[in-house]
Design a protein around this ligand. Structure first.
Ligand code: MRU
Length: 353
């Protein structure tokens, strides 16, 4: 099996007929449909509206958004190409605030553009498309490497709790947290998954449960408030989650509710691992308190889709992410190895190695 092979078979994003296609994750698991994208503006809309979500997948989508815009503008004058591209970077950067992979991918595309100043506009569009393809292929390779490091941490028979969806659907393939589980299963371990449903957007119930059911990896769905009970009964052996941004000191931003799970894991002496590609570590942010946390619409809390259950007029908070302090993290699983009990020093050393 090569590192860039996507064994889950789920192609969250794919390049087809000169367009980007993305699985519409808003309607899974009831329907499985791809939506086509042909511009930066439309990709930004796909990110904003949660057609695509999950930090690495958002980064891949943004890279394709830039490539699509370059293709679209390549027959225009250099001046209008430059103006259009500037706008493309802006609109994509404004699509969602927390996942740093978005800004990481945009920076990488910007650097590629700057390094190709002498290319014609057609050549530049080609260079940017090749770079977007490379970001996607690299993401799968990294997930498989992290998967191998992470799999070694799980005992045969482990019951692993996960929160949100850090699977193939949140990446270009294989997944980060679910990648660890997939790799452990591939290595012959009997792993079972406990999936938190992940209120309010239900990524656990709709996406993680679907991915595991597709692959016949045993999965049990629970509501978020059941995790503590299961831990207290000795029914959870490890927690593995993904992340949207890790600060330089190891504080971890991930889907709302992750912090609660980490506190409970500490209380019950259960290892709490975070699968984290290096592109998700933001060395410019000293600690988790400075990570921008997205606030999402109130109607996600007052109901789901057409069904509203909360009292009309009630005030609502809907932070989409929370921050787990580094002291609660047993290990960051990266493509360069596992950083146990992460600290600023250990993270800096890993980047320099
Ligand atoms: O709001 P979402 O669905 O984009 O949030 C996703 C998460 O919080 C994931 O756990 C995180 O991005 C890691 S994905 C490998």
């Amino acid at each position: 099996m090569t590192k860039s092979q996507n064994v889950s078979g789920i192609e969250t994003l794919r390049w087809k007929d000169s367009c980007l296609e993305m699985i519409d994750q808003r309607i899974l698991p009831a329907s499985f449909e791809y939506i086509k994208y042909d511009s930066a503006e439309s990709v930004a809309d796909g990110i904003r509206s949660m057609v695509v979500r999950g930090a690495p997948a958002i980064g891949c989508a943004a890279a394709y958004g830039i490539a699509l815009e370059a293709i679209k503008l390549s027959s225009e004058s250099k001046d209008s190409f430059n103006k259009g591209m500037e706008k493309a970077f802006e609109v994509l950067a404004e699509s969602r605030p927390t996942a740093v992979n978005l800004f990481w991918a945009l920076k990488r595309m910007q650097e590629k553009m700057s390094a190709s100043k002498n290319a014609s506009l057609n050549q530049l569009a080609d260079i940017l498309l090749t770079e977007a393809h490379e970001i996607l292929a690299e993401d799968i390779r990294i997930n498989r490497t992290m998967g191998e490091f992470g799999a070694a941490l799980l005992a045969d028979g482990a019951r692993v709790l996960t929160h949100c969806n850090a699977g193939a659907l949140a990446t270009a393939g294989h997944g980060t947290a679910l990648g660890v589980i997939r790799s452990a299963v591939e290595a012959g371990k009997k792993i079972s998954v406990i999936a938190d449903e992940t209120r309010p957007f239900l990524q656990g119930a709709r996406l993680t449960a679907w991915e595991m059911v597709q692959e016949k990896i045993p999965v049990t769905l629970i509501t978020d408030n059941m995790a503590g009970h299961l831990m207290s009964k000795g029914e959870v052996d490890a927690v593995v989650v993904g992340t949207d941004r890790v600060a330089a000191n190891g504080d971890v931003a991930n889907k709302i509710g992750t912090y609660m799970v980490a506190v409970l894991a500490k209380r019950h002496n259960i290892p709490f691992y975070v699968a984290c590609p290096l592109s998700t570590i933001d060395l410019s942010i000293p600690n988790g308190g400075d990570i921008p946390i997205e606030e999402r619409p109130a109607n996600e809390v007052t109901g789901f889709r057409e069904c509203q259950w909360a009292a009309e007029g009630v005030s609502v908070r809907n932070p989409a992410f929370d921050v787990t302090p580094a002291e609660l993290v047993s290990g960051l699983i990266t493509e360069k190895g596992v950083i146990e009990m992460p600290t600023r020093e250990k993270i800096t050393t890993l980047f320099l190695s």
